[in-house]
Design a protein around this ligand. Sequence first.
Ligand code: 5GP
Ligand code: MG
Length: 184
Amino acid sequence: MDFTVMNEVKINDKVFRKMIDESAILQRVQEMADRINLDYAQKSPLVLIVLNGAFIFAADLLRRLNVGPEIQFIKISSYRNAMVAGELEEVSLGKEVIIEGRDLLIVEDIIDTGTTGEYLRAYAKVSGACSIRLACLLFKPDNFTGKHLPEYIGFEIPSDFVVGYGLDYAQKGRELRHIYTLAG
Ligand code: 5GP
Ligand code: MG
């Protein structure tokens, strides 16, 4: 049995059931890429991939872009091996990354409260970004308290905790091909 394609998965103490199929994800990622390709046709964006959760989404999205993006990774997290939001960790970005004057596209796995996104936008603004937009695969509108809505959204989902396609539960489940939601 292939653990990565099951309809229900158990991770530690929790059971998750399939919510968004891989084929639906990839179709939506293509649509997002089409939109981004139009919007950045005259620009070469600096794409900031927010680790760890966004790595699979970003890999699929970026391979569908034709706008010559520069790709960098950034580490920030508000969840620590748990299902509740905690303190924000610091942004860590290589010193060679110059945001000043760039058209910045932040790539996030999921926007929940919006805290991480707002923090990154504020950081990009003081760093002198020319423009700032955010693409997320998942968006939880019921939890959102941020000022800026994500410019590119894959799917709006309920507030329940999800795993798979890069997203983890206690560092597990990132390899799952589909997106799963907490059952019961
Ligand atoms: P925010 O700052 O918008 O509240 O939270 C954003 C971060 O919280 C995401 O990048 C992600 O790491 C984490 N997060 C929010 N909701 C979920 C979820 O349902 N599942 C997982 N695995 N992470 C989540
Ligand atoms: Mg994240």
